[in-house]
Design a protein around this ligand. Structure first.
Ligand SMILES: Cc1cc2nc3c(=O)[nH]c(=O)nc-3n(C[C@H](O)[C@H](O)[C@H](O)COP(=O)(O)OP(=O)(O)OC[C@H]3O[C@@H](n4cnc5c(N)ncnc54)[C@H](O)[C@@H]3O)c2cc1C
Length: 474
């Protein structure tokens, strides 16, 4: 029981970045909180098998790639010797440290943590079944549903084989395969594919649509795709996987191109990364008033209330974008609403980051969206060839882009591709959330020499006054 308890019992189903952020906020606001999760500590997909382990491995990939690229500066390292067990151990210890820390934070906040599978008996009654089959009933005033998502599968391609991996098994890096087919050119496939490529695997990416990373602007993606084509063995666009079968030494994949011509190719391993599905089944939601839409997402309003007055939903289970930071913010809003605060989840900009090399990040309005909505916008692009800092990194292949409102000058969207784009994008989020104009951004003095200057210079380009690019306004 929380010391300053106001008596309201809140159960949080799912201890991911949505669930634990909600639980911590609820406890801080004086509510009595219980988290139910299958894992021994909070963390969810993000910590156990998502963001954190993938970024730890991408860090290893970066070290390998940086060492290779040091040759440009006359520094030559030998071929790296990879101790896979140690790499796995390093990644696992990051996960253990972070999830253990969250367990401590639960205790410090006097949150009850129950390990098991939750199922609604009624709107205000949750049954928890432990791994050993022991059951307990928990009564609740409110439940925050944060059960997350799982990798999507293609039923026609399901074969029982260790060689066919999803993101969870691929992050275990069971071995360094000679060849790997990544099915799906979204962010998870590209990130995990980049790790295996750095370790020496010949990686082929197959994508059904005509480009990588659907959803991001093509001018940004093109830069990423150019470099990816040097890292990956092959990128096959407009190509479908029609069948998988296993033989003695690999997975035989039937690929069909845009013209409908099919062929077979063999790979040591296959990673299926075709998206994620919300975990809205198997929770007993039929015993509640919660509505689930045709895509499996729980329907919520701006305050993250479901159609059942006792149940809120947040994170991956409550809709796109399926990102950890979106889940956390929604979780904190739901907790505040339950505590009686009049708040809503109304972000102007949710950043998306692809942690490949180069990184690709965007927030707010994209150019594609503006075009689709017939919205008039002003767009400026600053190629990193004109950035001193990018040159010192031998990485002139980046691009910073600003999308503004032509009347008010307000920043509506920012897109960045280049090393560190994931860190730089927060500046775009702040500008959009604060209603900053291009002139506000241009007048803010940025430190030199940094990649952040590219954001300032892009803003100056809106007025045709870039220092390092001569592009007068017509
Ligand atoms: C490989 C990979 C890389 C990713 N990288 C990034 C990234 O870089 N940045 C980013 O923002 N996002 C990333 N994501 C997405 C991110 O992990 C999710 O958006 C985020 O974890 C969603 O948080 P959540 O709280 O909604 O649920 P989850 O993190 O999915 O947690 C849900 C929890 O609920 C538990 N649960 C489910 N059902 C029950 C039940 N019936 N009873 C009890 N417990 C239950 C699960 O065990 C799980 O612990 C990545 C995902 C993957 C797979």
């Amino acid at each position: 029981m929380s010391e300053q308890s106001n008596g309201k019992q809140v159960v949080v189903i799912g201890g991911g970045p949505g669930g634990y952020a909600a639980a911590f906020m609820a406890a801080d606001l004086g509510l009595d909180v219980t988290i139910i999760d299958l894992e021994p500590n909070p963390g969810g997909v993000c910590l156990y098998r998502g963001c954190i382990p993938s970024k730890a491995l991408l860090h290893c990939a970066k070290i390998i790639n940086d060492a290779e690229e040091a040759e440009h500066w006359g520094i030559k390292f030998g071929k790296p010797k990879i101790d896979l067990d140690k790499m796995r151990e390093g990644k696992n210890s990051v996960v253990a440290k972070m999830t253990g820390g969250l367990g401590q934070l639960c205790k410090a906040r006097r949150i009850q943590y129950v390990q098991g599978r939750a199922n609604f008996e009624e709107s205000r009654l949750v049954k928890v079944t432990s791994e050993s089959g022991k059951e307990q009933m928990i009564k609740t005033d409110y439940t925050i549903l944060a059960a997350g998502s799982r990798p999507a599968t293609i039923p026609d391609l399901l074969i029982e084989s260790e060689r066919v991996m999803n993101s969870t098994s691929a992050l275990q890096i069971p071995e360094i395969p000679k060849s790997l087919l990544v099915i799906g050119g979204g962010y998870i496939g590209l990130e995990i594919g980049s790790v295996y490529a750095a370790l020496g695997t010949k990686v082929t990416v197959v994508e059904m649509t005509d480009g990588l990373l659907p959803g991001a602007d093509r001018d940004l993606v093109n830069i990423l795709a150019k470099r990816m084509s040097t890292i990956f063995h092959k990128i096959l666009l407009q190509t479908k996987v029609k069948g998988l079968s296993e033989d003695a030494d690999g997975i035989v994949v039937t690929l069909e191109d845009a013209q409908g011509k099919s062929r077979k190719e063999k790979f040591d391993r296959v990673l299926v990364s075709i998206g994620r599905r919300p975990n809205s089944s198997g929770l007993g939601l039929n015993n509640t008033g919660v509505t689930v839409n045709s895509k499996g997402f729980v329907e919520v309003d701006l305050q993250r209330r479901t159609s059942d007055p006792h149940i809120f939903a947040i994170g991956d289970i409550a809709g796109e974008p399926m990102l950890a930071h979106k889940a956390s913010h929604e979780g904190r809003i739901a907790a505040e609403v339950i505590a009686g605060n009049n708040v809503a989840f109304e972000p102007r900009a949710i950043p998306a980051v692809v942690f490949t090399d180069p990184e690709l990040a965007w927030c707010g309005l994209t150019e594609a969206q503006a075009t689709a909505e017939g919205r008039e916008v002003e767009i400026a692009r600053f190629p990193w060839g004109a950035s001193g800092r990018a040159s010192t990194l031998n990485r002139s292949d980046g691009l910073t882009k600003l999308i503004t409102d032509p009347t008010s000058g307000q920043v509506l969207g920012v897109g960045i591709v280049g090393p560190g784009a994931g860190e730089l994008i927060s500046q775009g989020v702040l500008a959009i959330e604060m209603g900053a104009t291009a002139s506000d951004v241009g007048l803010s003095i940025h430190p030199h020499p940094t990649l952040s200057e590219t954001i300032m210079e892009t803003a100056d380009l809106i007025f045709g006054h870039g220092t390092h690019i001569y592009k007068p306004k017509k």
